[in-house]
Design a binder for this molecule. Structure first.
Ligand code: IMP
Ligand code: MG
Length: 174
């Protein structure tokens, strides 16, 4: 308790940017539909706002993953805590994440999901911290904001399960 939160990206800017990215996705997927895979829990707020701004047909599914702690963390192996409800066969999949940091979570997830034969697979993230990337092979197709190496909360992101509901993106000042 007692952390202070400094606003990094105010609510209006977050939402304006999501509208822009939603419009870009709508153009890129014109004539097709897009299957959004929201990564729980952090990706949920972003997914909802993004989905509202996509004009091609949208379907939604959810997945929860967790990194193995301790020594195995560097292996980049992630555990699927909640799997998807629907098969991906032939679908145009767009993974929707809150933030890409080391890239380990997504690098592993993309490998797992590719084996389910989607028609295509792309990545959309609210935030990217490229200076922290370990898995350089992760190609991010849509990024709302590139941020410096600071610990951020809000718009789905948490610190110790708190602050996910903040309508802006803030930096925790310990
Ligand atoms: P990666 O596998 O290192 O890319 O891990 C990304 C995950 O770490 C995200 O989905 C978040 O859950 C968490 N994370 C990384 N940076 C932050 C941050 O600044 N605030 C909150 N969560 C973060
Ligand atoms: Mg996360």
């Amino acid at each position: 308790m007692g952390e202070k939160i400094r606003v990094l990206v105010p609510e209006e800017e977050v939402e304006a940017k999501i509208r822009e990215v939603g419009a870009q996705i709508s153009r890129d997927y014109a004539g097709r539909s897009v299957h959004l895979i929201s990564i729980l829990k952090g990706g949920v707020f972003f997914t909802c706002e993004l989905a509202k701004n996509i004009t091609v047909p949208v379907s939604l599914d959810f997945m929860a993953v967790s990194s193995y702690g301790g020594d195995t963390k560097s292996s980049g192996v992630v555990k699927i805590v909640k799997d998807l409800d629907e098969p991906l066969q032939g679908k145009d999949v767009l993974i929707v994440e809150d933030i890409i940091d080391s890239g380990r979570t997504l690098a592993h997830l993309v490998e797992v999901l590719k084996q389910r034969n989607p028609g295509s697979i792309r990545i959309c993230t609210l935030l990217d911290k490229p200076s922290r990337r370990v898995k350089k092979q992760v190609v991010v197709d849509y990024t709302c904001f590139t941020i410096p190496d600071e610990f951020v909360v809000g718009y789905g992101l948490d610190y110790d399960q708190k602050y996910r509901n903040l309508p802006y993106i803030g930096v925790v000042e310990f």
